[in-house]
Design a protein around this ligand. Structure first.
Ligand SMILES: Cc1ncc(C[n+]2csc(CCOP(=O)(O)OP(=O)(O)O)c2C)c(N)n1
Ligand SMILES: [Mg+2]
Length: 673
C-alpha cells in the first residue's frame, strides 16, 4: 500500500486513512454521517497520536486520558481511531458499521467496544458527561494524591458540534464546569456552520466563544488552521491553563475535500455516493480501489500508540507501587472506586425506625444516606438547589468547590439535565453518584436518565415530593405521569418505598446495583413506619411482597406503592372488620416485580381471578397487567390540585373509604356492606 504513502507526509496519510475509512464505512452501510469525521480527522488524529496519554493495550488504565465524541453521529471518526490505534476493533467491524451485532453501532455505545468512554448521540450529552468525568478526576486527585505522589492527573477531551452547543444541557454543564474551574477539561468545538437543515445561521448566531468566556472558560480560536501542529499547540496551551476548562474553536468544513459535498448539509447524514467517494479519493490522492484501504505505514504509525501507551502506564504503575506502599489503605480504596466496587452492605442499613411513628421517606432517606456514606467512600452526590427539601446532604461530607474538590456534596445549581449527565460522568469514573430533585423535574433530565439506562450505568436519581401528597405547591409540582415514564424506560429500577425501612432497603439496593440506574421516589409527607419484621430483606429485589395476609385464601388483594401502602393497610383493617379476607401487597419496585415469573407473581398477587385493587397516586397506566380482568386501579387521571395534602387526596378519591367502596363494588353485594 506504500503507493499512497510515498509522496505524502505521514500525518496526511494517517488523516486520510481516517477520512476514507469513514467514507467507505458509511457508503457500505448506505447509512451514517461521513462529512463530520472527514473534517475532524486531523483533530482526532492529533489527539490520539500526539496529545492523549492512553494505552490501547489497556483501555481500563485508571489514569488514562478520556476521550468522548460528543458529536456521536460522527461515530466513524471514533471507530476508525480505535481500530487504527489497536483498541481491539477489527477492520471487519468497521465494514459492519451499523449492522446488527456490530460493535460499531450507529452512535457510540459505552461497553460495545473498548475505548468508547461514554454513550453519545443525543446531542449535548457527551460534553456534559465530560464535565462529570473531569470533576471526578479532580475529586479523586484531591482525595488520593499526596505530596510527591501525583497518582491521578489525567485530562478529559471531547469533540463537540454545533448541535452539542445549541442544546441547553451543555450550557448547564459548561456553566458549572466554568464555575468549578475544571482545568483538565478540553473541548474542541467543530464550528462548521452546518447542521441538518443547512447553514446554522438559520438558528444559531451567538458568539459561542464569548459565551464560553463568560462561563469562565479559556477559549482559543484556531480559525481554519487546523493542521496537526496548530491543533497540538492549542491542546498543549489548553492543558497549560489549569484553573479553567478550555474550548478550542475550529472552523472546519464538513466533508472536506469532497468536490460536490463539502460545506453542504447533505454531507452530514447521507453517504456521499459511490461517484463522490471516488472523486474525493482522487482529491486526496488516494487509490479509488479497494475500499477500506489502510496503508501499512499509517497503521504502523497509529499502532505505535501501543508501546508508547504501555510505557506511560508502566511509569504510572511505578508511581502507583510507591504510593501503595506508603498509603496502602488509600490505594486499596482508590482501586475499589475505579473498579466501581462497593463494599458488601447489610440490606437494612438502618433499622432503628419505630413502627407506627410517621416519617417521610425523604427524611428516612436522609438518615440512611448518612450510614451509607460512612460505609461507601465512593458515595457522593448533590441536588439541583433543593437539598433542604430533598434532604440529600451528606452531613460531614463537605462541599465540592473550585478551591476544594475533596468534598462529597455537589451544588449543581438549578440545572437538572446537566446534573443527570454529570452524575453519569461521575459514575463512569467509578464514583457512586446521585443527583436529587423533585420527581416532577425528572422530566427535565430524562435524556440523561435514558443514557444511564442504555449504557448500563448504576447512576442514582433521588426524587422526592413524589406525588400529590406534596400538597400546596399544586399541580405544577405534583408528578402524575413521571413514574410511568421512568418505568417504561428499559433498564431503570424505580423504587418507591412505603416507609422508612423500605427506604433503608432501597438505598442498599441502589448501591449494590452494578448495571442499572435506580430512581428513588420519596415522599414529602410523613408515612407510618411499618413493622420491620413484615418486610423481607429482599423486598426491593423481588419488587413486591405480601405485607399483610389474610387468614385463608384472600378474596381481595390490595396492591400499593409508597405512600399508598399505608392507605391499603387501613382499608384492609376496615374490610377485614366486615369479614372480607384481604391481603395487602407492597410493591416498592414494579420493574423488578414485572421480571418475576408468572408463578412467582401469582404467589404474591393471588391466583388469576382474585379481585385486586392497585392504589398509587399517579397515572394508572401499566397497572392492568397486575390487577387482571377483575381488578380496579385507584390513581390519578388528571393533574393534581393546590391544597393541603389530605384535602388533595380526598378530592381525588384516594382514601381508605374509596378503596373500601371499590372493594365492595368488585366483590359484589354479597360481600361486605
Ligand atoms: C438531542 C438531539 N436532537 C436531535 C438530534 C438529531 N441530530 C443529529 S445530528 C443533528 C445536527 C447536527 O448538527 P451539528 O451538531 O452541527 O453536526 P454536524 O452536522 O456539523 O456534524 C441533529 C439535529 C440528536 N442527535 N440529538
Ligand atoms: Mg455543525
Amino acid at each position: 500500500m506504500s503507493t499512497v504513502a510515498r509522496d505524502v507526509d505521514l500525518d496526511e496519510l494517517c488523516i486520510n486513512t481516517i477520512r476514507t475509512l469513514a467514507m467507505d464505512a458509511v457508503q457500505k452501510a448506505n447509512s451514517g454521517h461521513p462529512g463530520t469525521p472527514m473534517a475532524l480527522a486531523p483533530v482526532a488524529y492529533t489527539l490520539y497520536t500526539r496529545v492523549m496519554h492512553h494505552n490501547p493495550a489497556n483501555p481500563a488504565w485508571p489514569n488514562r486520558d478520556r476521550f468522548v465524541l460528543s458529536a456521536g453521529h460522527a461515530s466513524m471518526l471514533l471507530y476508525a481511531c480505535l481500530y487504527l490505534c489497536g483498541y481491539g476493533l477489527e477492520l471487519d467491524d468497521l465494514k459492519n458499521f451499523r449492522q446488527l451485532g456490530s460493535p460499531c453501532a450507529g452512535h457510540p455505545e459505552y461497553g460495545h467496544a473498548a475505548g468508547i468512554e461514554a454513550t453519545t448521540g443525543p446531542l449535548g450529552q457527551g460534553i456534559s458527561t465530560c464535565v462529570g468525568l473531569a470533576l471526578a478526576e479532580r475529586m479523586l486527585a484531591a482525595r488520593y494524591n499526596r505530596p510527591g505522589h501525583q497518582l491521578i492527573d489525567h485530562h478529559t477531551f471531547t469533540i463537540c458540534s454545533d448541535g452539542d452547543l445549541e442544546e441547553g444541557i451543555s450550557s448547564e454543564a459548561s456553566s458549572l464546569a466554568g464555575h468549578l474551574g475544571l482545568g483538565r477539561l478540553v473541548a474542541f468545538y467543530d464550528d462548521n456552520h452546518i447542521s441538518i437543515e443547512g447553514n446554522t445561521d438559520v438558528a444559531f448566531s451567538e458568539d459561542v466563544g464569548s459565551r464560553y468566556e463568560a462561563y469562565g472558560w479559556h477559549v482559543q480560536h484556531l480559525g481554519e488552521n487546523i493542521a496537526v501542529g496548530p491543533i497540538e499547540e492549542a491542546a498543549q496551551a489548553a492543558m497549560a491553563v489549569t484553573d479553567r476548562p478550555s474550548l478550542i474553536i475550529c472552523r472546519t468544513h464538513i466533508a472536506q475535500g469532497s468536490p460536490n459535498k463539502q460545506d453542504t448539509g447533505e454531507a452530514h447524514g447521507s453517504p456521499l455516493g459511490e461517484e463522490e467517494v471516488r472523486l474525493t479519493k482522487e482529491v486526496y490522492g488516494w487509490p479509488t480501489e479497494p475500499p477500506f484501504l489502510v496503508p501499512d505505514e499509517a497503521l504502523a504509525h497509529f499502532r505505535a500508540t501501543i508501546p508508547a501507551g504501555e510505557e506511560l502506564e508502566r511509569e504510572w504503575e511505578l508511581r502507583h507501587a510507591s504510593y501503595a506502599q506508603e498509603y496502602p489503605n488509600e490505594a486499596a480504596e482508590l482501586e475499589d472506586i475505579v473498579a466501581r466496587r462497593v463494599p458488601k452492605l447489610p440490606r437494612g442499613l438502618l433499622k432503628r425506625f419505630e413502627p407506627g411513628e410517621k416519617i417521610a421517606t425523604r427524611k428516612a432517606s436522609e438518615s440512611v444516606l448518612q450510614v451509607a456514606a460512612a460505609l461507601v467512600p465512593s458515595l457522593v452526590g448533590g441536588s439541583a438547589d433543593l437539598s433542604p427539601s430533598t434532604l440529600t446532604l451528606i452531613a460531614d461530607g463537605g462541599s465540592v468547590s473550585r478551591s476544594d474538590y475533596s468534598g462529597r456534596n455537589f451544588h449543581f445549581g438549578i440545572r437538572e439535565h446537566g446534573m443527570g449527565a454529570i452524575v453519569n460522568g461521575l459514575t463512569l469514573s467509578g464514583l457512586r453518584a446521585y443527583g436529587a430533585t423533585f420527581l416532577v423535574f425528572s422530566d427535565y433530565m430524562k435524556g440523561a436518565i435514558r443514557i444511564a439506562a442504555l449504557s448500563k450505568l448504576p447512576s442514582i436519581f433521588v426524587y422526592t415530593h413524589d406525588s400529590i401528597g406534596l400538597g400546596e405547591d399544586g399541580p405544577t409540582h405534583q408528578p402524575i405521569e413521571q413514574l410511568v415514564a421512568l418505568r417504561a424506560t428499559p433498564n431503570v429500577n424505580v423504587v418507591r418505598p412505603a416507609d422508612a425501612h423500605e427506604t433503608s432497603l432501597a438505598w442498599t439496593f441502589a448501591l449494590m446495583s452494578t448495571s442499572t440506574p435506580t430512581v428513588l421516589a420519596l415522599s414529602r409527607q410523613g408515612l407510618p413506619v411499618l413493622d420491620p419484621d413484615a418486610i423481607p430483606g429482599d423486598a426491593i429485589e423481588r419488587g413486591g411482597y405480601v405485607l399483610r395476609d389474610s387468614a385463608g385464601e384472600p378474596e381481595l388483594v390490595l396492591i400499593g406503592t409508597g405512600s399508598e401502602v399505608s392507605l391499603c393497610l387501613e382499608a384492609a383493617e376496615l374490610l377485614s372488620g366486615e369479614g372480607v379476607a384481604v391481603r395487602v401487597v407492597s410493591m416498592p419496585c414494579v420493574d423488578r416485580f414485572a421480571e418475576l415469573s408468572a408463578d412467582e407473581q401469582a404467589a404474591v398477587l393471588g391466583p388469576e381471578g382474585t379481585a385486586r385493587i392497585a392504589v398509587e397516586a399517579a397515572s394508572p397506566i401499566g397497572w392492568d397487567r397486575f390487577i387482571g380482568t377483575h381488578g380496579a386501579m385507584i390513581g390519578m387521571r388528571s393533574f393534581g390540585a393546590s391544597a393541603p395534602a389530605a384535602d388533595v387526596y380526598r378530592h381525588f378519591g384516594i382514601t381508605t373509604d374509596a378503596i373500601a367502596k371499590r372493594a365492595h363494588e368488585l366483590l359484589g353485594p354479597s360481600r361486605g356492606t
